[in-house]
Design a protein around this ligand. Structure first.
Ligand SMILES: [Fe+2]
Length: 256
């Protein structure tokens, strides 16, 4: 079984289409949340995600657009994007966002039962927690109930591996940053526990502007990280035409 891991698409249809065009064959799609927010094509991205599969966990922007988050807790730019997004989506779309399940979840049976793999947006302890450092990951480790934990939220491709003693190694995909499609393979070793982030499709923040995703092959015990160039200029034009904050367009090229 091969799973296409998508996270933090954030309404960027140009990035999502580039990812789907570049992705190798897969059996299922596991969506780690933040389908909407920030970028300017929420309805198109939401419909595309609905057609891709049934395994989802909700992100904080999905909840915010569904009216489940106090926007006072969002920064002004993010809150402006939420308010704009709410006007672009139908009542049915907003209801669908509101019903997305929280993580962590087993993609096999949509429960928190012990499993090989769990999917989550933030961390095993808290769907809104950011795991940016080894220290962050270590504090979340006691909540992990699966050896392989796929997460998003940070918009940073990579992750963390823990040995049986709890020692942590950061996983940094060895990408060159060239404006071309790139892959980097991570063999998954038995006995280790992993927090693995496929990166953000629609708003990367790891210094690489290319859309990020990953392919998990359970039979081969292999995770392949991918980066794919896409039409950033078109995504920026959509943001400007929508009247969304300029900052949201600028950051796409910087990958920050
Ligand atoms: Fe996000």
């Amino acid at each position: 079984m091969k799973a296409l891991l998508l996270s933090d698409i954030h309404a960027n249809i140009d990035a999502l289409q580039a990812v789907l065009a570049a992705a190798p064959a897969y059996d299922v799609v596991w969506n780690l949340g933040d389908i909407v927010g920030y970028n300017a094509a929420p309805a198109a991205v939401l419909e595309q995600c609905q057609s891709l599969g049934k395994v989802f966990v909700r992100g904080n922007h999905d909840r915010a657009c569904a009216g489940q988050v106090d926007l006072e807790t969002f920064n002004a730019v993010a809150a402006a994007a939420v308010r704009w997004t709410q006007k672009q989506l139908t009542a049915e779309m907003l209801e669908w966002l509101a019903r997305l399940p929280s993580g962590p979840r087993s993609p096999a049976n949509d429960t928190l039962a012990p499993a090989t793999v769990h999917c989550m947006h933030g961390s095993p302890c808290d769907e809104d927690e950011y795991m940016l450092s080894e220290e962050d990951a270590l504090t979340q480790l006691p909540c992990a109930r699966a050896p392989i934990n796929f997460f998003g939220h940070t918009h940073v491709q990579g992750g963390f591996a823990f040995d049986s003693a709890g020692d942590c190694a950061e996983i940094l995909p060895g990408m060159t940053g060239e404006p071309a499609v790139e892959q980097w393979e991570l063999p998954l070793r038995p006995g280790l526990r992993y927090f693995l982030n496929p990166g953000s499709v629609g708003q990367p923040r790891d210094g690489d502007w290319r859309a990020a995703f990953a392919i998990y092959d359970d039979a081969a015990a292999l995770l392949t990280f991918w980066r794919v160039p896409y039409d950033v200029r078109m995504a920026q034009i959509r943001i400007q035409r929508a009247g969304l904050p300029d900052r949201l367009a600028m950051r796409l090229r910087a990958g920050r």
